[in-house]
Design a binder for this molecule. Sequence first.
Ligand SMILES: [Zn+2]
Length: 278
Amino acid sequence: MKWLMRLWIALPLITILISGHIWWSHSAIFRPIAQVSFLNVDQGDATLIQTDTGQRVLVDCGDIDGPILTRLQEQLGFLARRIDMLIVTHGHRDHYGGCFDVLERYQVGAVMINGVRKEEGSLYEGFLAAVTEREIQILPGLAGTEIDLGQQRLEILHPTNQHWGDEISNDNEFSIVVAGFGDENTFVLMGDAYTSNEHEIMRRYPELRADILKVGHHGSDTSTSQEWLNHIQPDIAIISAGHDNRHGHPHTEVIERLTSQKITIKETKHLTNIDILW
Ligand SMILES: [Zn+2]
C-alpha cells in the first residue's frame, strides 16, 4: 500500500507541475517573445501582438459575450492585467463587442480608433464612453502613423482620408489596417477593408510585401483581390470566421485565389489560437 500513499502525495505535486508547465508555455510573462497570435473568437476578429520586450497590442476583441478573455488568458496567463494598446479597426460589433470585457479585466494604456461615429445611444458609442470614463488616451488610427516597439514596429496603412467624427453606419472601408515589421516576419491585418482599400494601399505603399496576410472581411469576396495578392505576395493567409456563419465566409472565390497562388491557408475556427513568430 506504500506505493499508493506515495501516489497520493505525488499527485498534487504532479498536477501543480503540469498546470505550471501549461501556464509557463502559454505565457510570455517571464520570457517574452515577439509573436502575433490570431485568436479563435468564433465570429469576429481578435489578434494579439507581443514584442520581445513584453509589450502587448490587441487588435480587435471579437463579438460581445465571446471568448476573448479565455483566449487572452491562454496567451498571457491568468495574472496578466495589462494591455499596452488596443486597436479597434472599426465600429462593428464582431470587432469591438468583446472590448467591454477587455476594459473590465485589463488596464489598457491607449485605444486607437478610426474616428467614425455611430448614432447616439448605440453600443459603439457606449464603448467609447467606457474608454473615456476610464480616462484612457484615444489615438487616431490614420495611415502613416508608426508605433515604435523597439526591435519591432507597427505602421498604420489605412485609412488615409480624414473622416474623424463623421457618422457612418457601415465603416468597413474605414477599417484601420495594421502592418507589423519584425525580425522574423512581416504581417498585415486588414480588418474588414475592401478591394478598393487594397488598391489605395498598393498606390501608397508600392514596395509593401508581407509573409502573413490576415485577409480582409473574414474571407469575403469583397476583399483579397488577385492584384492585392500579387502585390503583397504572402506565404500564409489567415482567415478569421466562425463556423456556419450567416454570410457564408470565407467565400469560395477567395479560397480559390489563395490556393491557386499556393498560399497556406490557416483558419482560426479550426484551431484554438494561431501563433506565429514575428
Ligand atoms: Zn467583421
